[in-house]
Structure formats: structure tokens, C-alpha cells
Design a protein around this ligand. Structure first.
Ligand SMILES: Nc1ncnc2c1ncn2[C@@H]1O[C@H](COP(=O)(O)OP(=O)(O)OP(=O)(O)O)[C@@H](O)[C@H]1O
Length: 770
């Protein structure tokens, strides 16, 4: 299209050129008007000169009109036309030149535009080609992009997989870390086990040493008995000789028959005493047997612990496999333990031999008693003489000495056994489910406690199932004795009668009941008229034993006092005055003798007298009704009996103390529903019981400072807990699930107390010289 238009302009320009050429040829034709320049050739002006000179435009020149007045001569008219012709000529030349130039330009433009069109076509072709190439390239790139997308997707999937693997590896590493931590904990626990076992072995070694000492004492006792037996045999030979002589003198002795009869009666009494002594020996042997049994069990337990330690060690070796040094240490420890165990076994074997020796001694003393009986029977049938009577008196004096010495040895053995049993003991007592609990549907009266029926810990183990979060967890404990619900007051007392006896032998003895409110502390310590508890039974035993010892020239002076600690104040329960605000101070002297100022002290020598005092004290004691116990003790009650003994024959003196304590019940303030005064009481009770717990913990941890002064209760009990007292704690627990958490707390506390070691008890005896 552009090329056609370009062609039309060309032909128009060509047409113009043709008409100008015609004009030129017309000008030069012969006979026509000649231009002035041809007449007088001169330098021709160019159109640009004319234009610049005259200021005319091309149109002005072409449209110029010439008019002449009439009569103008032709020469004049020619003259007038000459400049016009010149102007027109210059303009014509200019136009011809300009149009030639324009034509040239047009040609140039045409060539240029053709070239441009060709370039355009070429470029278009190129572009098309490039477009195709580009499309191809784009397709290729798209293909590549798709491939790359696939690669990226694959890489992403690989990355995801790698991440998952990393997470799994992290998890595995965390699990391994946990395992490692577990192994470390296991290792620490094993170390602790080993330390505990070492401590146990040390304890067993100490027991072994004590047993050795005890065996030595037994040996010397046997030797004494043997020498006494030899002496008795000699005496028996003498008696047989005398008896032969006596037969010849029977007639003369008839007159002395009555007095002899009297002496014979005395002899019979003496024989009864000898029998009693034999019974003591029988009981001692039984106790020894029980003790031996205990030691055997300890040994078995130690063996079990050693084999457990071995298993632990192997487990640790398998789990860690690294701690070679620890392994070696464990192996060494195990070897040491095994050596110590074999020593213990030897010790037990030697104890068995001692027991056999003691049995022989008992048989000898039985035989001696029988011989004496036979002699008495013979004498009964015969008549005696004055000299014979004197002989018999000597014999009796010897027997009395024997009995006295036997009593001393019995006491010694008794204390050795007590020491072996440990000087702080814990007895756990579980009360039965009460009728009210069983009847009330609001109470969860199912049992929360189990007692291992037999096996490792018969009568010593207890398991409590207590809630732990959403589930229930079992916790096992063992104590020196566990009394199941329904155990009678009598059977409970039998287990501590020996301890009470120690007070008569000059020891400080402390028995206290600890437990949740309503768990049976007061029932255990005081009981009721039908089933008296520890305090009345202990009194009865002390008075009866005191009376028995009177025949061995012992005289006892006993004094009782009773106090309660209520809201951290001490109150005298035996005072007949109404002096509630009186302040009492507690002091301990260097010998651990405790004095409470201004406290009523009453001389007692009969059970009935003590019962009266107890009734009086119970009337005064602060008791209240809580949600958990109708008759709840709101104070700690301390019954103290001081025993001073004097042997008029030997001038020996003993001084013992028996502290019997009914603590107030621990309670959770929230659950007991306490408010006002009850709340204040409960807070004071819990504070003092927690102070007791702190003291026990400090003793168990062998702390440098024992915080006895943190409460009146702990300060009062200081000689019992930290001194040389023999201490027994009753841990009273309620049996039902309702109180399982509280029971668990009490059992944990009891276990802590059980782990305590207090000083070896010291006897307060003054033995005269010579
Ligand atoms: N072993 C038991 N056998 C029979 N009944 C028992 C026994 N132990 C406790 N009880 C009865 O359970 C109830 C609560 O006992 P007790 O008053 O002795 O508890 P407590 O621990 O002294 O309470 P608190 O000191 O908080 O007042 C009493 O009625 C008591 O008779």
C-alpha cells in the first residue's frame, strides 16, 4: 500500500516537470518577446536575492497584476514588464531547482522506504523466525521447568523425608538420652543402694560385735553355772555322807521335827524360786531363739540384697557398658559384702553354739533344781539335827546368791537383746473399721491396707493403696511390728512388756502414739475399762515386778506426774487447783533428767492409785468433738513415772523413767472442718507435730543441729529422742480408703523414725564398791 501511494506522488512530480519544460521551450521560440536579460546580459539575481530585497513571496510575484494608462507606449510597457519577467524567471529557476531537489529527495525517500520495507519484511521474517524459535525455546524451557518442578517436588519430598528422619533421629536421640538418664539414675540408685548396704553391713557388724559380747557374757554365765554345778555336786556328796550319818541318829532328831518342818517349808519356797529362775532361763532361751531367728532373717535379707545388688550391677553393665570404674567399685563392694556376710554366717553359727551351751546350762540348772527337790524330799522323810540345819541354811544362802546373780545376768542379757533390737522402734497398729464407718454410706469403708500374709515380713509388713492423681498407687513399708485390726490390747502389750521392764532396770523409756486423729492413739495408750491400754498395763507390770523383786531385797519408790501440752502451753493434769494460767518451765540436767517446774508429783504403789490419777487427768484433759472423732484429744498428754530402786542387801541403786505419751492427732484442717478455737488448736497441733518431724529428720540425717527447741513437745522429749532413752513409737493408722492419703503420710513419717539411730541407752545404776 505504501509503495503505491509513493508511486502516485512520483507521477504528479513528473507531470509538473513537463509543464515547466513546455514553458521554457515557449520562451525561446523565434519571433517572441525577448526577456531583458537576453537583451542586456547581466549577473542574474536569484530568487532568494529578490525575495530578500523586495520582501515578496512566490505568491505575490505570481499574482502581480500590471495595468497601464491609456496611451502608454509599448517601450514603456516592455520596460515595466522586464523586472517582472526577471522575478518570474528567478522564481521559475528556483522552483525548478527546488522541485528537482524534491524529486531527488522523493527518490531517496522512496529508496529509503523500500529499504525500510525490505528491512521490515526481513525483520518480520526474522521476528517470525525468532518467534518460532522463541516458542520452541519457551516449550523447551517449559519442559525444563516441568522437569525442574518434578526435581524440586522430589527434592521437597526428599527434604520432608530427611526432616522426618531427622525428627525420628531426634526422638531416638531423646529416647536414648532418657535411657541414658535412666541408666545414670539407676547407677546413682545402685550407688545409694550400695551405700545403704554398706551401712547395713556396718550395722550388722556392730550387731555381730554386740552378739559376740553377748556370747562372751553367756560363756562366763555358763562357766559360773558349771562351777556352781560342781560346787553343788560336792555339796550333794557331802549331803549324802551326812545323810548316811543322819540315819543312825534319826531317833534323837524327833524332838526337832517341828522346827525342821518349818525350815523345810522355807526350802520348798526356795525350790520354787529356783524353778522360777529356771523359767526365766527358759524364757531367755526363747528370746535368744527369737533373736537368732531375727539375725537369721537379717542375714537372709542381706543375702537377698547382695544378690539384688549383683543383678543391679549386671543390669547396669548391660545398660551402660561404660562405667568400668563404677563396675569395678561395685564388684569390690560386692566382694566385701560377701566377705562380711560370710562373717555374719560364722557369727550366727557361733551364736547357735552359744544357744546350745545355754540349753545345756538350763538342763544343768533343771537338774540342780530336781536334785534340790529330791534332797528336800529326803529330808522331809528324815529327821534333822542342828548341825544339819546349819548346813542347809548355808546351802540356802548359796542358792539365794545364785538367784540374785542370775537376776543380774538376766537383766544384762535382757538389755543386750533390747540393744540388738535397736533403741528406737516403731510399731504400727491399724484399728478396725468402726461400726459407724461401715454403716455410713458417705464413708469409703473399703480397706486401703494390706498385710503380707507370710514370707519375707510376717507381722512386719504393711501396704497402703493411696490415690495418686487419677490412679491408685501401692506403697509398702515394714516396721518392727505391724498389728492388724483386731489385735487385742493384751497381745499388743506383750510386745512391749520387755521395754517397760527396762524402766525398772534403770533405763529411760519413752513410748508414744502418733497418728491421724481418730486412728486409735488414745485407745492404744489408755484403752477403756474393758480393754485397758498400754499405760494401765505398764503400771500393773511395774508394780507386780517391783513386788517380786522385793524378795531380792529391792525396794522401789515410784512417782507419777501427768501434763498436757495445749496450744504450746504446759498444763498440770494432776493439780487439783484451777490454775490454768500457771506457766511451767521444762529443764534438762546434765544426766538427761527432765524437770517441769511446779508440776504435781504423786507417790504411787498400786495400779488402782494410778487408775484414779488417770481418770482425774482425763477429766481435765482438753477433748473436743471434730468431724473425724467425737472424742478427739486436742492436746499432747505426757504420763511420766519415775522409779527409784534400792537393794538393801547390796546397796545397789537404780533410777528409771517411763514416759507414756498420747499425742494429739494430726489432721488436715480442710477436711476436719475446724474453725475458730478448733482451728487454732489444730494449727498448734500440726505445728508441734511438724516440729517433731523436723527433729526426727535431723536425727535421721545426723544433722549438726537438732531443732529440739522449735516446740514444747520436742523440747520435752529431747532426752527421749536425742539422748540415751529407749524409745518406741506407735504409729496408729485408720484402715479405710477414706483416710488412705493420711495413712500414707503417717507411714512415711514412721519409716523416717524407723531409720533413726539414737544413742545407745544408758542405765542409771549405782553399784556399791566391794
Ligand atoms: N484397736 C482398736 N480396736 C477397737 N476400737 C478402736 C481401736 N482403735 C481405736 N478404736 C476406736 O476408734 C475411735 C477413735 O479412737 P481414738 O479416740 O483412740 O483415736 P485417737 O487417735 O486418739 O484420736 P484423737 O487423738 O484425734 O482424738 C474410738 O471410738 C476408739 O474406741
Amino acid at each position: 500500500m505504501r509503495c503505491q501511494a509513493f508511486g502516485k506522488q512520483q507521477s504528479a512530480a513528473a507531470g509538473r516537470t513537463t509543464s515547466l519544460q513546455h514553458a521554457t521551450s515557449a520562451r525561446t521560440a523565434p519571433g517572441q518577446l525577448q526577456p531583458v536579460s537576453e537583451v542586456a546580459p547581466a549577473a542574474e539575481e536569484t530568487w532568494e536575492d529578490i525575495r530578500d530585497r523586495t520582501g515578496q513571496t512566490a505568491d505575490d510575484v505570481l499574482n502581480k497584476k500590471v495595468s497601464f494608462p491609456k496611451g502608454t507606449k509599448p517601450e514603456r510597457k516592455v520596460e515595466a514588464f522586464v523586472p517582472m519577467v526577471k522575478e518570474l524567471k528567478a522564481l521559475g529557476k528556483h522552483l525548478i531547482f527546488t522541485s528537482g531537489r524534491l524529486e531527488m529527495d522523493v527518490e531517496q525517500w522512496k529508496a529509503h522506504s523500500e529499504k525500510l520495507a525490505a528491512d521490515c519484511d526481513e525483520k518480520e521474517r526474522m521476528w517470525n523466525f525468532q518467534q518460532v524459535e522463541m516458542d520452541k525455546r519457551i516449550q523447551e524451557i517449559s519442559g525444563l521447568l516441568e522437569q525442574q518442578d518434578q526435581v524440586v517436588n522430589k527434592l521437597e519430598a526428599d527434604l520432608k523425608e530427611a526432616n522426618a528422619k531427622i525428627v525420628a533421629k531426634e526422638d531416638a536421640r531423646a529416647a536414648l538420652q532418657v535411657q541414658l538418664d535412666g541408666v545414670r539414675i539407676e547407677l546413682d540408685r545402685s550407688k545409694q543402694d550400695l551405700e545403704a548396704k554398706n551401712a547395713k553391713i556396718k550395722e550388722l557388724t556392730e550387731i555381730g560385735e554386740k552378739t559376740q559380747k553377748y556370747a562372751t557374757d553367756l560363756q562366763s554365765f555358763n562357766t559360773d553355772l558349771h562351777s556352781q554345778l560342781t560346787a553343788s555336786k560336792k555339796e550333794r556328796d557331802n549331803l549324802q555322807l551326812s545323810y548316811a550319818n543322819l540315819q543312825g541318829e534319826v531317833a534323837k532328831l524327833n524332838g526337832d521335827l517341828c522346827s525342821l518342818q518349818q525350815r523345810l517349808n522355807n526350802d520348798q519356797e526356795q525350790a520354787a524360786k529356783v524353778r522360777e529362775e529356771r523359767d526365766f532361763a527358759v524364757r531367755d532361751v526363747a528370746m535368744l531363739r527369737a533373736d537368732l531367728e531375727d539375725t537369721r532373717k537379717q542375714r537372709e535379707r542381706a543375702l537377698a540384697e547382695a544378690s539384688k545388688a549383683k543383678e543391679d550391677m549386671e543390669r547396669i553393665r548391660a545398660a551402660g557398658g561404660k562405667s568400668l570404674e563404677t563396675m569395678e567399685a561395685l564388684t569390690n563392694d560386692k566382694a566385701t559384702m560377701e566377705t562380711q556376710l560370710s562373717m555374719q554366717q560364722k557369727l550366727i553359727a557361733s551364736m547357735r553354739e552359744d544357744l546350745a551351751g545355754a540349753k545345756e546350762s538350763r538342763a544343768a540348772s533343771d537338774a540342780l533344781a530336781d536334785t534340790r527337790g529330791a534332797q528336800i524330799a529326803e529330808l522331809k522323810a528324815s529327821t534333822g539335827r542342828e548341825a544339819k540345819v546349819e548346813n542347809l541354811e548355808g546351802l540356802l544362802a548359796g542358792s539365794e546368791r545364785l538367784v540374785y546373780e542370775g537376776e543380774l545376768i538376766r537383766r544384762k542379757l535382757h538389755n543386750i537383746i533390747q540393744d540388738l533390737k535397736g533403741n528406737i522402734r516403731v510399731y504400727c497398729r491399724v484399728r478396725p473399721v468402726s461400726a459407724a464407718e461401715a454403716a455410713d454410706a458417705q464413708h469409703d469403708s473399703d480397706m486401703a491396707l494390706d498385710f503380707p500374709p507370710a514370707g519375707d515380713l510376717p507381722g512386719r509388713g504393711i501396704t497402703v493403696s493411696a490415690p495418686s492423681g487419677q490412679s491408685v498407687q501401692k506403697h509398702s513399708f515394714s516396721f518392727d511390728r505391724v498389728f492388724i485390726p483386731g489385735t487385742s490390747q493384751e497381745n499388743v502389750f506383750l510386745e512391749l512388756a520387755e521395754l517397760v521392764q527396762s524402766a525398772l532396770d534403770g533405763h529411760k523409756v519413752c513410748i508414744f502414739a502418733y497418728g491421724q486423729t481418730g486412728s486409735g492413739k488414745t485407745y492404744t495408750m489408755l484403752g477403756n475399762r474393758e480393754s485397758p491400754g498400754v499405760i494401765p498395763r505398764a503400771m500393773q507390770q511395774i508394780f507386780e515386778s517391783g513386788q517380786k523383786l522385793a524378795s531380792q531385797d529391792w525396794q522401789f519408790n515410784m512417782q507419777a506426774s501427768m501434763l498436757e501440752i495445749y496450744n504450746e502451753d504446759i498444763r498440770d493434769l494432776l493439780s487439783r487447783k484451777k490454775d490454768e494460767n500457771k506457766k511451767h518451765q521444762v529443764t534438762h540436767d546434765a544426766n538427761g533428767v527432765t524437770t517441769v517446774t511446779d508440776l504435781t508429783v504423786v507417790d504411787v504403789n498400786r495400779t488402782e492409785a494410778v487408775e484414779q490419777l488417770l481418770a482425774q487427768a482425763m477429766d481435765k484433759r482438753t477433748v473436743g468433738c471434730t468431724q473425724l472423732n467425737e472424742q478427739s484429744s486436742r492436746s499432747h498428754m505426757v504420763f511420766t513415772m519415775r522409779i527409784e530402786g534400792h537393794n538393801t542387801a547390796t546397796d545397789a541403786k537404780v533410777s528409771g523413767v517411763l514416759n507414756l505419751i498420747d499425742l494429739a492427732g494430726s489432721e488436715r484442717v480442710k477436711e476436719s472442718g475446724a474453725t475458730g478455737q478448733r482451728l487454732k488448736e489444730a494449727q498448734a497441733i500440726n505445728k508441734s507435730l511438724s516440729a517433731l518431724g523436723d527433729v526426727i529428720m535431723a536425727i535421721a540425717n545426723k544433722a549438726d543441729h537438732i531443732p529440739f527447741r522449735n516446740s514444747k513437745l520436742t523440747y520435752l522429749l529431747q532426752p527421749c529422742l536425742g539422748g540415751d532413752s529407749k524409745t518406741l513409737m506407735f504409729l496408729n493408722v485408720a484402715p479405710t480408703r477414706e483416710f488412705a492419703s493420711e495413712s500414707l503420710c503417717s507411714l512415711r513419717f514412721g519409716a523416717k523414725v524407723n531409720a533413726c539411730e539414737i544413742n545407745v541407752p544408758k542405765k542409771n545404776v549405782v553399784v556399791p564398791r566391794g
